[in-house]
Ligand binder design. Structure first.
Ligand SMILES: Cc1cc2nc3c(=O)[nH]c(=O)nc-3n(C[C@H](O)[C@H](O)[C@H](O)COP(=O)(O)OP(=O)(O)OC[C@H]3O[C@@H](n4cnc5c(N)ncnc54)[C@H](O)[C@@H]3O)c2cc1C
Length: 475
């Protein structure tokens, strides 16, 4: 039997598949579309996702395909210099189109032995105490021990398991596409600068080869957002907002997106779990959705692998919902706040000016920035040291960096004392004796996702904490 079926080969599903394969899990990705889509939705990776790639030894591939930009300007588009003292070794935004991110993640998943079946749409499912049976559009069935719905905002898996998706419906649609323009570049820049003073959901910028990415508010909310808009609609709306259609022509692709904001009530029903857009949707302000999905997968992968391997302690799989649901709720809230700040109405504009002034205080700027780049997340592991529950940044050790030790996806005991032992967990936890000037704790136990599970120097205390995350010791 297949261990895990992942429905959906977007960034979340591909990241999850790769994480599962690191632990030898038999995983099959079912992807409805025969070919990857041409649409470029996400434009980049934020710090925590960049760190995730570094933790798995993938960052060089992403850096080679992307462009590093200074941090800042992504909270409701309010431009301020990056705050001082950000707690990361990677203080930048990595500009990289989603089509490239998806390709790199697919390559990685396949390298690790994932089977990706394209043109395979999941249309039905049932589960019992031993596994999940999945029905495909061609009428065939597959059986697995677990199923993860990474099938996007309109998730079929979510609907089939009857999980509610409460929140707010779309109030406005936005048109997005890539096309050529006949207007000279200086006209484009001048007009766009003027329009953006009042309409923040407007943009026209070059993406290379004479092609422009065009963003403009749509006339209304579409019944079927999957149906692409016509070029004529772009022209009409450009004229409404800019008094010119810039002579747009020769579209590469045209799409529309809404601003619905929704979050599932449960991330798990029995053997079926949800991740990425299947679990949460929100407007793309701040560029967080893909990042959130990748980080869901990073949280879930090792836990589900532990269940498959049979060593997962009680409650480990449920900690996925407990940890990630509040994170998504926080992202939804910051996008709601940002959407208010983008409104051209006088009230929100006044709040925007006030917030802009407040962001001149470094602490305020850092607080808002950390919300978006997702480095401030602290999972609730109980009271204790300020690092407990947080991910540890990529500290420099004597001869290497911390994240170089985490490529295998196993737990890590970083021991600056040389007196500790995790011998009973040697198949799940690497024990490294090394020192870092950046770390003033004797030892830390890191989960495979880099979050600090224990801090201390007492062997007996360590032995009492290891089973919480890594199960029983082997003899
Ligand atoms: C205009 C726009 C700009 C954005 N910009 C950013 C940004 O800058 N940064 C950022 O982080 N995020 C951004 N996002 C959000 C980001 O694109 C999504 O959050 C991200 O794609 C979610 O990834 P996913 O894998 O969860 O879902 P998806 O990318 O939607 O992938 C789901 C996959 O499942 C497949 N599928 C669906 N149904 C089935 C089925 N029944 N059976 C099998 N397969 C199925 C689909 O074909 C698809 O390939 C943006 C979104 C939009 C619309």
């Amino acid at each position: 039997m297949i261990d895990v079926i992942v429905a959906g080969g977007g960034p979340t599903g591909l990241m999850l598949a790769a994480e599962l394969r690191l632990h030898g899990v038999h995983v099959v990705v079912l992807e409805r579309d025969a070919e990857p889509p041409p649409f470029v939705r996400s434009l980049g990776l934020h710090v925590r996702s960049i760190e995730v790639m570094a933790q798995r030894g993938l960052l060089d591939r992403f850096l080679a395909q992307g462009q590093q930009h200074p941090l800042g300007g992504f909270f409701a588009g309010i431009h301020k210099p990056a705050p001082d003292r950000l707690d990361t070794a990677h203080p930048y935004v990595l500009g990289i189109p989603q089509t490239t991110t998806d390709r790199l993640l697919a390559e990685r998943a396949v390298e690790l032995g994932t089977e990706i079946r394209r043109g395979c749409e999941l249309v039905g499912l049932s589960q019992d105490e031993h596994g999940v049976t999945v029905e495909l559009a061609d009428g065939t069935h597959l059986r697995s021990r677990h199923l993860v719905g990474c099938d996007g905002g309109r998730s079929t898996v979510r609907k089939l398991i009857g999980v509610d998706f409460p929140g707010e419906p779309s109030r406005v649609d936005t048109l997005l596409g890539e096309m050529e323009v006949t207007a000279p570049p200086e006209t484009v820049t001048a007009v766009v600068t003027e329009v953006r003073k009042t309409e923040k959901r407007f943009g026209l910028g070059p993406v290379g080869d004479g092609v422009f990415r065009v963003v403009v508010p749509a006339e209304g909310v579409a019944d079927d957002r999957a149906a692409p808009p016509a070029l004529e609609e772009f022209k009409r709306q450009l004229r409404v907002f800019a008094d010119t259609d810039f002579g747009v022509h020769s579209p590469r692709w045209l799409s529309r997106f809404g601003d619905a904001t929704r979050l599932v009530e449960r991330y798990r029903v029995g053997r079926v779990l949800l991740a990425g857009d299947a679990a949460h949707i929100h407007p793309p302000v701040g560029g967080q959705g893909l990042n959130l999905g990748i980080q869901d997968a990073f949280n879930l992968g090792w836990k589900l692998a532990a269940v498959v391997a049979g060593w997962a302690p009680a409650g480990l799989l449920d900690s996925y919902h407990a940890e990630r649901h509040p994170v998504a709720a926080g992202v939804l809230d910051n996008t709601r706040a940002q959407m208010e700040l983008l409104s051209p109405e006088p009230g929100p504009q006044a709040v925007r000016r006030l917030l802009s002034e407040l962001m001149d205080f470094d602490d305020v700027s850092r607080y808002l920035t950390e919300k978006i780049i997702a480095t401030g997340i602290r999972y609730d592991f109980g009271a204790g040291h300020e690092l407990l529950g947080r991910r540890l940044r990529d500290v420099r050790l004597k001869q290497r960096r911390l994240y170089e030790l985490m490529h295998t996806g196993r737990g890590l005991l970083l021991d600056q004392t040389g007196r500790l032992s995790a011998a009973g967990w040697a198949d799940r936890v690497d024990h490294v004796v090394d020192v870092s000037e950046e770390l003033d704790t004797p030892a830390v136990l890191l989960r495979p996702d880099g979050h600090v599970a224990w801090i201390g120097e007492d062997q007996r205390d360590l032995l009492s904490h290891l089973p919480t995350w890594f199960g029983a010791a082997t003899d």
